[in-house]
Design a protein around this ligand. Structure first.
Ligand code: BJW
Length: 242
């Protein structure tokens, strides 16, 4: 592992712009469950019954309760050493971008500057009718209503919904401008987010994966670390500071 870290450090020494593309695995060491895999939340609950607009309209109170429960878990968690190592990277490179599929806000709470949240943020909510944003309704037991009478939903991208235009544009530019793209803690099965990995490959970017297991994109990588991101990322950043 030491040798692999040293070889990676040698590549990173000449890099100027870095993108970290992250998924649920980077927050696992903060205590937030991932989606897929044996301990994943979709193992116990059906995504289609909770993570779609149709599901919300069928049973808004149930979906609201599910997100309130998740929000409570997330609020108790703090950024881990992987999130912090990405913040440290800002001292070592001229520009650091973070494209995240996570809705937990931990990259922002850790202090990263350029974070593009592709699937939204569980802390924000908005009215489905007039689109007014609400940040102070999260404690409601039942789904709250806007002053216009519309239901208030979490600002999360559910299946079948478009991703936010501004984040998509910023992410595309980030990949385009980068010398190295890290792919961390994602199964890379959800689109269009996973497309950024293929885009990076097509553009000839240097790709580094950190994941506890092999994924469907491991074969695209220039380097693969099969380890926890909270263990490897701090070591990589430390090797660059020497
Ligand atoms: C560690 C670790 C440690 C553990 N260290 N690693 C093309 C092909 C096929 C399907 C589609 C397609 N294009 C679109 C689709 C449909 C769909 C989709 O992708 N489906 C696939 C699942 C088949 N996509 C959509 O619907 C998207 N919208 C869309 O395409 O709109 C376009 C459109 C709309 C209307 C008309 C026409 C076009 C929206 C996708 C939104 C996804 N939202 C979710 C749920 C949010 C709600 C919630 O939070 O409850 O976002 S799905 C869920 O998966 C969540 C995540 O962000 C996302 C990705 O998961 P992630 O992060 O990869 O987590 P895991 O659990 O899968 O993996 C964790 C990894 O970590 C594992 O590999 C572990 O090994 C690893 N790990 N511990 C390092 N310590």
């Amino acid at each position: 592992m030491k040798d692999l870290i040293q070889k990676t450090a040698n590549v990173l020494k000449t890099a100027k712009v870095i993108t970290f593309f992250t998924g649920a695995g980077i927050s696992a060491e903060s205590g937030i469950p991932t989606f897929r895999g044996d301990d994943g939340i979709w193992k116990k609950l059906k995504a289609e019954e909770l993570a779609s607009f149709d599901a919300f309209m069928r049973n808004p109170d149930l979906v609201w309760e599910w997100y309130s429960y998740r929000r409570q878990i997330i609020n108790k968690c703090i950024p881990n050493s992987a999130h912090k190592a990405i913040v440290e990277a800002e001292k070592l490179f001229s520009k650091v971008h973070v494209i995240t599929q996570n809705v937990d806000g931990l990259h922002i709470r850790a202090g990263s500057s350029n974070v593009y949240e592709l699937h939204g943020n569980i802390e924000r909510n908005y009215c489905i009718k007039c689109k007014t944003f609400y940040n102070d309704v999260s404690d409601s037991v039942k789904v709250p209503k806007c002053t216009c009478g519309g239901l208030i939903r979490p600002d999360i991208v559910w299946f079948g919904e478009m991703l936010p235009e501004k984040e998509l544009e910023a992410s595309e530019k980030a990949v385009y401008d980068s010398d190295v793209v890290f792919v961390i803690g994602t199964s890379a099965v959800v689109y269009p987010a996973a497309n950024y990995i293929y885009m990076a490959k097509r553009l000839g970017k240097y790709l580094i994966e950190i994941n506890v297991e092999q994924t469907s994109v491991s074969n695209l990588m220039d380097k693969v670390f099969t380890e926890k991101s909270g263990v490897i990322l701090p070591q990589i950043m430390k090797s660059l500071q020497r």
